[in-house]
Design a binder for this molecule. Structure first.
Ligand code: PGA
Length: 238
């Protein structure tokens, strides 16, 4: 299977910037040996889709478990799909920490992604304090438990092991730590699942994660925000 490079832009790049990014990336070229997906903010999905090179998928950062209704601020899977998204994240640590999303809510979002036939990426990971207290595996177990049924059904779901202390910190997990996290995820949620690593990934350390043989790809924030940056990540993964 091709390694996955997933670019999570978070709340960066509106439609005009996204469109320019797609054009720049197209001029830099895409290696065929990498499964590439970009998660822009929802208002930028369609604009990015207009300029992205062939073979790069689009994803939504967060989706609702209903298709319509009184859910101010939420985005339905069908709406994101109409704007071009074929992938979606669920449970990113920023959703959990800043917006109070709990494990049950995240599991509902993931189930909706699966029901919509999209490729879902469920993000899990422990904080520094939880790791220091020896709770890493217990935290992963708690986060994965309500999603187990969804993850067990045949579908197109992946996990992303993203230790919270490594995200945006410039202190990435070591390859052994990432591999152990990926192994724990598979033990807890299903041996056949693909598991990405995320947290301060850059073109210089990306290969060390893929080289463990346990990590099937990477979920990248900061280093994916320029076309040159993403292109360097893709070259490192190819
Ligand atoms: P980072 O973000 O690469 O900027 O650490 C990763 C993520 O939040 O998915």
């Amino acid at each position: 299977m091709r390694p996955v490079v997933a670019a999570n832009w978070k709340m960066n790049h509106g439609p005009a910037a996204a469109k320019a990014f797609g054009r720049d990336l197209a001029s830099l070229g895409i290696p065929p040996g990498v499964e590439t997906v970009i998660f822009p903010p929802a208002p930028s999905l369609a604009a990015l889709g207009e300029s992205l090179p062939e073979g790069v998928a689009l994803g939504a950062q967060n989706l609702m478990w209903e298709e319509a209704g009184a859910f101010t601020g939420e985005i339905a899977p069908g709406m994101a799909a109409e704007a071009g998204a074929t992938w979606a994240l669920a449970g990113h640590s920023e959703r959990r920490a800043l917006f109070g999303e709990g494990d049950e809510m995240v599991a509902r979002r993931l189930a909706a992604i699966a029901a919509a036939g999209m490729v879902g990426v469920l993000c899990v990971g422990e904080t520094a304090a939880e790791r220091a207290a020896g709770q890493t595996e217990a935290v992963l177990a708690r986060q994965l438990a309500p999603a187990r049924e969804t993850l067990a059904a045949p579908g197109r779901l992946l996990l992303a092991y993203e230790p919270v202390w490594a995200i945006g910190s410039g202190s990435p997990a070591g390859p052994d730590e990432a591999a152990a996290g990926a192994q724990a995820c598979r033990r807890l949620a299903g041996a056949g699942l693909r598991v990405l690593y995320g947290g301060s990934v850059n073109p210089g350390n990306l290969g060390s994660y893929l080289g463990t043989g346990e990590v099937d790809g990477v979920l990248v924030g900061g280093a994916s925000l320029t076309a040159a940056g993403l292109s360097a990540l893709l070259a490192a993964a190819a």
